[in-house]
Design a protein around this ligand. Structure first.
Ligand code: NDP
Ligand code: PYR
Ligand code: MG
Length: 764
């Protein structure tokens, strides 16, 4: 591992608090009544109910969404037998992935026990705690006995990730790679290095998919697993022992179509790969160092299709693509186990997902070349938000159809929607925006470049390669604060700085500002003074001049002042004459876009129309269909005051301007969300589903509702997104967190890319 990454990884684990997970209560505990309910005496009622009916544990406790990630530390990644304590960071890591990708809670359980029989007893005794068991990094051959016994003894899903998780991803990758090289699974020859947990399970699944057992040869530490070998054999290896004279990995690689490496780093040479058949498929999956690095393969075989277990090369074949989603599907139907049908459903869904047309958001995120099914894109990327919504329902359906579901899902469409809502809540849907930003780095100017929140965000922006920061601020102050905050970036080389006290471009900046403002009462002297003292003006001018591609400001100062500066310098979009602010709330119930939270105090009906159309376009930009509610205290004509009339008129105008837009009003907020309530009061509404774009009658209503929901509802907030500017510019508020700054930077960068491609299209 490179020193820089190693250092960053240690820092990541160490601070701000040790480790990667913590436990958070899901119920309020603020009053003595809460205490009486959560603990004695109230808790006894829950216990008594479970004692009468054990199935009630699923309703009374967190068990049904709780998975035990269990190891004894005997085969940790490719690091080998490093013991249960050293395995803990890996298990915490699996816990984080379960939670982030699939909202599954995890206790990581590291057990100091090597005897498989005792290990089985210990894990089986944990049954009352968990809804599922994910066995991890337990070495072969013991892992086979442990998994088989636990499957038998426990009435919950037990899944050895290194066996079946890996096998599922390998099967999907091989299926797709074979399609690309136009070879038949029934004909191809495979050489494997590694006859352990991952190796045996991968081969079993490939055989199930049609690979001939006689076309497979395996090697391990002792060399080729041949018929008659006695040294280091076990019954599982014996199933793949072949009648061959070959004794080394180099020999068995000659002429084969596929190499499957699930053993140890660096054990394969370029020479060995050179001897493989034409268009070889090389799966070098040992972690963290693959059996051979991709550049070494390409040096000798440019025609090869390559996959590794790592995230820094194309085609990451890693069980993270499987375990969160297969458990999500299994837990959601109360499956008693994870059977072959569920595993095969996962293989097919994964293989198909790569070939499926992608959503506009994902397309923008990964770029044409990466997203197009081909040698560089064999299987989905771990952050692909479609994984959860495609794999979990496929697994759930297979569980129902194969008869292992104790709580079958009746409405799969509603289930899919629930999963989508989770993605929004976690901010995973922001991830594609990050990846799009990375594809073509844009320069984003930060007006308040000396502020701590900005400097901390800049560190993440640089680490994640989201944008090239342009900081408006005094270089000495920036350098001092970077040092004081313990940040790692070098202000002299990693960012660009515009010094408001002295910059060689000062003359060009103030003359541009003067030319824009001379008929708004700004004299040359005033222009100079404003450009010297208003960092948001400098940021806007740098975007106008093309020194930056977008800007972020607003951490300090009044929102409305910044709006005016941006209007003066950058201007509004072609054809439009209004700007507005759209804020996003990711809540337990769903994702809601709220406007106008910042700009127009009391917009007219005509302005409401413009705001709604701009906001609807932005919602589409996030890959969602806008469902618009025009909000009011009035419910479909129940009041007749000016504000109610305004929203009614806005509806009429909107229906003329955008007849296809799903919009209705005027209606109260609860009716916008609660479809049943709406149906009772106004059965003929044009809006059939819960609204996701809430257009408020006044800024006051929008601002108050948004902030209240954000704080009380503990919602994830994105924004405010400034709509209607001629170039990307976003004004944050003093409450913005580091994450919000990074999110908005990524968004501004992607908007700059879109603007550039629109411009290029126009120029053509
Ligand atoms: N990308 C992914 O998703 C995954 C990758 N892996 C990786 O696969 C590897 C094996 O994991 P797992 O199956 O769980 O571990 P096991 O300990 O169960 O099996 C390891 C196998 O690799 C063989 N092996 C180890 N070192 C060498 C060597 N130097 N030369 C030849 N063979 C060797 C062992 O041989 P012997 O039998 O003689 O001891 C054994 O057959 C690890 O690197 C792990 O990180 C695992 C799971 C998922
Ligand atoms: C990815 C994984 O589970 C491993 O390498 O062991
Ligand atoms: Mg593992």
């Amino acid at each position: 591992m490179k020193d820089k990454l190693k250092e960053a990884a240690l820092e990541y684990h160490r601070s701000p608090r040790p480790g990667k997970i913590k436990i958070t209560p899901t119920k309020a505990l603020t009053t003595s009544r809460d205490l009486a309910l959560a603990y004695s005496p109230g808790v006894a009622a829950a216990s008594e109910l479970i004692a009468e009916d054990p199935a009630e544990a699923g309703n009374m406790t967190a068990r049904s969404n709780l998975v035990g990630v269990v190891t004894n530390g005997t085969a940790v990644l490719g690091l080998g037998d490093i013991g249960p304590l050293a395995a803990k960071p890996v298990m915490e890591g699996k816990g984080v992935l379960f939670k982030k990708f699939a909202d599954i809670d995890v206790f990581d359980i590291e057990i100091d026990e090597r005897d498989p029989k005792k290990l089985i007893d210990i894990v089986a005794s944990l049954g009352p705690t968990f809804g599922g068991i994910n066995l991890e990094d337990i070495k072969a051959p013991e892992c086979f006995e442990v998994e088989a016994a636990l499957r038998e003894r426990m009435n919950i899903p037990v899944f050895h990730d290194d066996q079946h998780g890996t096998a599922i991803i390998v099967a999907a990758a091989v299926t797709n790679a074979l399609e690309l090289v136009e070879k038949d699974i029934g004909e191809v020859k495979l050489a494997a290095s590694g006859a352990g947990a991952a190796g045996m399970a991968c081969l079993d699944l490939l055989v199930k998919l049609g690979m001939k057992r006689e076309n497979i040869t395996v090697s391990d530490k002792a060399g080729v697993v041949y018929e008659g070998r006695v040294e280091d054999m076990d019954p599982r290896k014996a199933q793949y022992a072949t009648p061959t004279e070959k004794r080394t990995l180099a020999e068995i690689l000659e002429g084969v179509d596929i190499f499957l490496g699930v053993s140890a780093g660096g054990i394969v040479t370029g020479e060995m790969i050179a001897s493989m058949a034409e268009r070889p498929i090389v799966l070098a999956l040992a972690n963290p160092v693959p059996e051979i690095m991709p550049d070494e393969v390409l040096a000798v075989r440019p025609d090869a299709i390559i996959a590794t277990g790592r995230s820094d090369f194309p085609n990451q074949v890693n069980n993270v693509l499987c375990f969160p989603f297969i458990f999500r599907g299994a837990l959601d139907v109360g499956a008693t186990g994870i059977n072959d049908e569920m595993q095969m459903a996962c293989v097919n869904a994964l293989a198909e997902l790569t070939r499926k047309e992608v959503s506009p958001v994902s397309a923008a995120a990964y770029g044409e070349e990466n997203l197009k099914f081909g040698p560089q894109y064999l299987i989905p990327k771990p952050f692909d938000p479609r994984l959860l919504v495609q794999l979990a329902p496929a697994v759930a359906r297979a569980a129902i159809e194969s008869g292992v579901a104790t709580r079958p899902i009746e409405n799969m469409e509603a289930y899919r929607e629930k999963l989508e809502q989770f993605l929004w809540r976690t901010g995973i849907l922001m991830k594609p925006i990050y990846d799009a930003a990375r594809r073509d780095i844009k320069r984003i100017a930060f007006a308040e470049g000396e502020e701590e929140v900005i400097l901390r965000a800049v560190q993440i922006i640089l680490d994640d390669c989201v944008a090239k920061p342009v900081l408006i601020g005094r270089p000495s102050v920036i350098a001092q604060r970077v040092e004081k905050l313990g940040l790692r970036f070098d202000p002299e080389s990693d960012v660009e700085i515009v010094n408001p006290e002295y910059d060689p471009r000062f003359r060009e900046y103030w003359t541009l500002y003067h030319s824009l403002m001379e008929r708004k009462g700004v004299s040359p002297v005033l222009a100079k003074a404003i450009v010297r003292t208003r960092n948001s003006v400098i940021a806007a001018l740098s975007v106008k001049r093309g020194d930056a591609d977008g800007l972020i400001c607003g951490i300090v100062g009044r929102y409305q002042d910044k709006v005016e500066r941006i209007r003066d310098v950058i201007g509004v979009q072609n054809g439009g004459d209004i700007m507005a602010a759209l804020s996003v709330l990711g809540t337990e119930e769903g994702t809601y876009f709220v406007c106008d939270t910042q700009v127009n105090a009391d917009p007219s009906a005509e302005e409401i129309v413009e705001i709604t159309l701009m906001a609807a376009e932005k919602v589409r930009h996030f890959g969602l269909v806008p469902r618009v509610a025009l909000l009011s205290h009035s419910s479909f004509g129940s009041h007749d005051d000016v504000q109610a009339q305004k929203m009614r008129r806005a509806l009429d105008l909107l229906l003329e301007r955008a007849p296809d837009l799903e919009v209705d009003g005027e209606m109260p907020a609860d009716m916008a969300i609660d479809v049943e309530y709406r149906r009772r009061v106004f059965p003929n509404s044009r809006l059939k589903a819960p609204a996701n774009l809430l257009v408020m009658p006044t800024l006051g209503a929008a601002h108050i509702a948004y902030n209240l929901a954000r704080v009380v509802g503990n919602a994830v907030a994105v924004g405010p997104i400034l709509l209607g500017t001629a170039q990307p510019a976003h004004i944050l508020t003093p409450s913005a967190t580091v994450r919000r700054v990074v999110n908005m930077t990524a968004l501004a960068a992607v908007e700059a890319q879109l603007l550039e491609s629109k411009q290029q299209e126009k120029d053509r």
